[in-house]
Design a protein around this ligand. Structure first.
Ligand code: PMP
Length: 282
C-alpha cells in the first residue's frame, strides 16, 4: 500500500515522521477523514475546504493548492485500489526543536495521508445503535478539527466499555455532539441539531443532511437543545463520515421510540443514499 508524505506518493512502510514533529509532540495539527464509495471521494471539496479552514485557524498554511491535493488523493485511491473506505489526511506544523511557541524559522508543514478499507456500517444503519451520556470536557474550539482528541477519546472509551457505539456529550444541560459525530433529534416532525459554533465540529455529513432536509421540505431547527429534549425526542440519530445517518435506539439504557428506527430517520437515510449515488454512483 501507498501513502502521501509531503506531496509525494511513497510506500506506506517508508512514510516516517520525526520524533520532534509537532503533531506527534503537541497534537499541533489538524486532520480530515474523507469517505470513498466506488473508488470516488464523497463531498471531497467540502472536506478540503474544512481542512484548509482548520489549518488556517491555527496558523498553518497548506503548501499545496486545493487542486494539487485533490489530484494527489485521487492518485492515492487508484494506486491503493480503494473501492469502499476512507482517506485519512493530516497536516502538522512540522518538525522543530521542542518549544510550545511556534517555531520562528521557516518550517515546512508535514502532510500525511493514507487510505483504509471500511465497509458501510449496514447492520447499525438497519437496526440502530446504543449510546451513553457523558460530560463534554473538551476545550472551547471544537470547531477546529484538531489532532488533540483526548476529550473525544475518553468519551468514546467510556461508551466502548459499556458496549455502546457512541457517547453523547453534554455541556452543562445542553447536548453538544457525539465523541466523533453530530447528534440530531426529531420532535413533532422537526429535525433539530446543534448550531455550528465553537462547541461542535461542523460535520460535512450534518451539512448534507440539512441540505436534503431543505430540498425535501423537512422542517429543520439548528439550535442548542437540552437533555430533556433529547430524552423526550420522537427519534434520535447521529451523523458522521463513516457512520452516515445512524439511528440511535437507546440512550443510557432507555429506549428511543420503543427501540425502533423512526420514519424520518429512515427517510433521511434514503435521501442520503441518493446523494451518495449521485456523487459516486451505485
Ligand atoms: N463531531 C466530531 C467531534 C467528529 O469527530 C466528527 C467526525 N469527523 C463529526 C462531528 C462528524 O463530522 P463529519 O460528518 O464531517 O464526519
Amino acid at each position: 500500500k501507498f501513502a502521501i508524505l509531503n506531496g509525494e506518493i511513497i510506500e506506506r512502510s517508508q512514510a516516517k515522521v520525526d520524533v520532534e514533529d509537532r503533531g506527534y509532540q503537541f497534537g499541533d495539527g489538524v486532520y480530515e477523514v474523507i469517505r470513498v464509495y466506488n473508488g470516488k471521494m464523497f463531498t471531497a471539496k467540502e472536506h478540503l475546504y474544512r481542512f484548509v479552514r482548520s489549518a488556517d485557524s491555527i496558523g498553518i498554511t497548506l503548501p499545496y493548492k486545493d487542486e494539487q491535493l485533490l489530484e494527489l488523493l485521487e492518485t492515492l485511491i487508484v494506486k491503493n485500489n480503494l473501492q469502499t473506505g476512507i482517506i485519512y489526511m493530516q497536516i502538522t506544523r512540522g518538525v522543530a526543536p521542542r518549544n510550545h511557541a511556534f517555531p520562528t524559522g521557516k518550517v515546512i508543514p508535514a502532510l500525511v495521508a493514507y487510505t483504509k478499507e471500511i465497509n458501510r456500517p449496514v447492520e447499525g444503519l438497519k437496526t440502530g445503535v446504543t449510546t451513553i451520556l457523558t460530560e463534554d470536557i473538551r476545550w472551547l474550539r471544537c470547531d477546529i478539527k484538531s489532532l488533540n482528541l483526548l476529550g473525544n477519546l475518553l468519551a468514546k472509551q467510556k461508551a466502548s466499555e459499556k458496549g455502546c457505539f457512541e457517547a453523547i456529550q453534554l455541556r452543562g444541560n445542553d447536548v453538544t455532539e457525539g465523541s466523533s459525530s453530530n447528534i440530531f433529534i426529531v420532535k413533532n416532525g422537526v429535525v433539530i441539531t446543534h448550531e455550528s459554533n465553537h462547541f461542535i465540529l461542523k460535520g460535512i455529513t450534518k451539512d448534507v443532511i440539512l441540505q436534503v432536509c431543505s430540498d425535501n421540505g423537512l422542517p429543520v431547527e439548528e439550535r442548542t437543545f437540552c437533555l430533556a429534549e433529547l430524552e423526550q425526542a420522537d427519534e434520535v440519530f447521529l451523523s458522521s463520515t463513516t457512520a452516515e445517518v445512524m439511528p440511535i435506539v437507546e440512550i443510557e439504557g432507555n429506549k428511543v421510540n420503543g427501540g425502533a428506527v423512526g420514519s424520518i430517520t429512515r427517510k433521511l437515510q434514503e435521501l442520503f443514499e441518493q446523494e451518495i449515488e449521485t456523487q459516486c454512483g451505485s
